[in-house]
Ligand binder design. Structure first.
Ligand SMILES: [Zn+2]
Length: 352
């Protein structure tokens, strides 16, 4: 090789290195892993949870996978998405109600059983929160004791004899607990590369928190079951002022909701505190509009569309439809895109 061809070769190689081969565009998907509201059951609808996957076109937006809450059936819904339990980088809990958390037992046991040498999963949730009634809501203890029944039954010990790579302490050994003290201002609670997750204090039960995920592809707020700090009317809204602050300019708000038809003065028979600690759909529409969000995903639907009752309570006027939820959010003034969630409903950023 002559000196000039060597230079040409080096320059050529340099040019190849800096000219992007295929500009990998960042992308994100939000998938509802369960849309059921509350511990009630209805026709196989999975318990609340949301999967956020971030990456680029080359990896189908899947370099980082974050699960928010894991209700009943989360593992099954993830399997429909071809996502393995071991492929989740982190799980975030909004609060310690069983409808939002009971699927984690399934998920972590599956990980321990099938992927015992894989990385730990980050478990992000509130510090212990003491209720005014004296009991403590504890994500820390929930995680530490996640598989106690399986330890007590002897199964964990038995399966360790089958595969010595499985941690003898059981599934909890594969959880990397990361707790935080919820505050009235957003705080960074988790990050990986370009993905940042912030949390804010919100009201539902003690220790409730809401999250915001920011990525170069866009931003998503997970409200959970947040409601207003004032527990009952008179108040300006049933929605959370902190969530509204967190949601400013967000591309997508994913939020639990209760339809206004279930209000205690409309004949559902529902406990007032059970109704008032959720965000009503019309108020959520109002909040999403004020926040300037582009998309509002209504999930944890109380009641599930099509259901004649919500648990033991009747749905006044008969089963609701998807259009009833959509209309309620629009009545609140929301002019953006509304998704009335079903299990596996998905949004992508940027839209394709
Ligand atoms: Zn709930």
């Amino acid at each position: 090789m002559t000196k000039s061809t060597l230079i040409a070769f080096i320059v050529g190689a340099w040019a190849l290195a800096v000219v992007p081969v295929a500009q990998a565009a960042p992308c994100l998907t939000v998938t509802i892993t369960g849309s059921q509201g509350g511990p009630q059951v209805y026709e196989g609808v999975a318990g609340p949870g949301t999967l956020i996957s971030y990456g680029d076109d080359a990896d189908n937006c899947s370099a980082v996978r974050l699960q928010f809450d894991s209700g009943r059936g989360t593992l099954l819904r993830l399997s429909q998405l071809k996502v393995q339990s071991a492929q989740l980088n982190a799980i975030f809990f909004t609060h310690m109600h069983n409808d939002h958390s009971e699927g984690f037992i399934d998920l972590l046991m599956h990980r321990w059983f099938g992927f015992p040498t894989g990385p730990k999963i980050d478990v992000v949730c509130s510090d212990d929160a003491v209720s005014p009634f004296g009991f403590t809501l504890s994500c820390k203890r929930f995680v530490a004791h996640i598989a106690d029944t399986l330890i007590e039954s002897g199964e964990i010990a038995q399966r360790v004899t089958e595969d010595k790579r499985r941690p003898a302490a059981g599934p909890a050994a594969l959880a990397n607990l990361m707790t935080f003290q919820p505050k009235n201002e957003p705080q960074l609670v988790w990050s990986s590369g370009d993905v940042k997750v912030r949390a804010i204090r919100s009201t539902h039960i003690p220790g409730h928190a809401s999250y915001r995920v920011d990525t170069p592809a866009g931003s998503v707020v997970i409200g959970g079951d947040a409601g207003n700090d004032t527990p009952a009317p008179p108040r300006v809204s049933s929605t959370s002022a902190q969530v509204e602050m967190l949601a400013k300019g967000a591309d997508i708000i994913v939020h639990s909701t209760i339809h206004p038809v279930m209000a205690p003065d409309r004949g559902s028979g529902m406990r007032p505190d059970g109704f008032y600690r959720q965000s009503a759909t019309d108020d959520l529409g109002r909040m999403a509009q004020r926040a300037g969000a582009k998309n509002l995903v209504l999930t944890h639907l109380m009641p599930t569309p099509g259901a004649p009752t919500f648990g033991v309570w009747k749905v006044p006027g008969g089963p609701l439809t998807e259009a009833d939820y959509r209309k309620a959010a629009q009545d609140g003034g929301f002019t953006g895109n509304i998704v009335v969630a079903t299990d596996l409903a998905t949004l992508r950023l940027p839209a394709k």
